[in-house]
Design a protein around this ligand. Sequence first.
Ligand code: XMP
Length: 509
Amino acid sequence: MQEKIVILDFGSQTTQLIGRRIRELNIYSEILPYNKYPFGQEQEQGIIGVILSGSPLSVYDKGAFTTDIAAIAARVPVLGICYGAQLMSLTAGGKVEPAPSREYGRAHLTYIDASCPLFKGIETGAQVWMSHGDTITALPEGYSCVASTPEVRFAAFAAPGKMWGVQFHPEVYHSECGMQLLRNFAVDICGASCSWSAESFIESTVAELRRQLGNDRVILGLSGGVDSSVAAVLLNRAIGSNLTCIFVDHGMLRKNEFADVLRDYECLGLNVRGVDASDKFFADLAGATDPERKRKIIGADFIEVFDAEAHKITDAKWLAQGTIYPDCIESLSITGTVIKSHHNVGGLPERMNLKLCEPLRLLFKDEVRAVGRALGMPEHLISRHPFPGPGLAVRILGEVTREKVAVLQEADHIFIKGLRDSGLYDQVWQAGVILLPVQSVGVMGDERTYERAVALRAVTSTDAMTADWAHLPYEFLAKVSNEIINKVRGVNRVCYDISSKPPATIEWE
Ligand code: XMP
């Protein structure tokens, strides 16, 4: 049984980060909604410890999220973070009140109980990150204060049994001693063996896939992206030629991408069928200008083309997908409803009457990349930027035509090649060019022009949920702008998008 630390999610923005931090310690972690804890099944499920996340709620809000912490702590050690710590304290008879002022930002621990195992190796003066509106003003009987900051007396406490609480956020990078604290909890207190790694994941997943799939045939849709590519190589290692991959070209990929990626896949030994369905997509998109309508047409066409191709493999039993952990984690909204993020090809498995196989569903993006590297995949496939399923269609504002795609492909190619050549590609999360439905006056040679404008978009991010515009050097932007205007016919103006997400989004549509 895979040992794991469970993170109970009370709706904090940093819940996923807690999960990631634990994985960085080579310990498997799983995030569960606060009301889905498998009470009493710790041993069967390999749970060796539980972390309670923060929350945007107050513990004394009506309908505040809660769980039976004592029942969990009776079986495994529990660490409460922020709201989790307050809840622990409140439910045991302590007092939580609104802080005189909301505390946000760095603070320093001025008192630490050196005998507390949670603080092993952490010294006074250590920087932590606070973000809370409420504070614990009285600890329950039997609880003891194990750390303080000048503003927060009960910055951390130890409770009878194996329970601890911290008011600050050890999971954020600004908490310098945070990793040490999480290690103390997970390794020393919970006894984790730290054996989770890309290699161990591959070994156990390949064995599991062989057991699960036996001699069955499996179909997988490749997109050229990291997730589906790694899923394919992993499955190929497990079941070899029983895996058939389908790569659909909807005509809105990057310049030369279909041919290049198809070649990469073949070099990796994958059994892959490339399907050029671009005529159908362009025909169906004719006249469509509404972004949602464009997405729906592309989604429906994709399913139709994929389905038709898959039906040629008459004995297929499984549909494999490169779904990754952030796609699966049920996130809590402030109202307490559980939201599940949509998937590009939602509805496909039901329609095809195939069983679903998602070998990467437990991995974060960087772990998928680590697995890809450990499988020997080429770096350019692994470190590739994310690219939207509908491709350049969401970067052409208004109607999509072959001619516009061709213009955008050229401009995009210059920008992406420029990023690679300047060593900037790996510093940005994602980049691309947007074709604007705007024409503007220019002058080229002695002639007046009236041509298109494009916007360059490059962002930094860790998960695409939030993003900042990449502060690319002016010289670089100047060079790319020049090259696009000189080489791409029909474009006479280049802008750089300096909006962050939120309130903007990464794509323009
Ligand atoms: P936004 O524009 O919402 O994008 O900030 C966040 C991330 O999702 C990608 N994206 C999509 N991916 N189908 C996809 O597969 C889509 O319809 C889609 N729309 C946006 C976007 O490229 C970014 O990485």
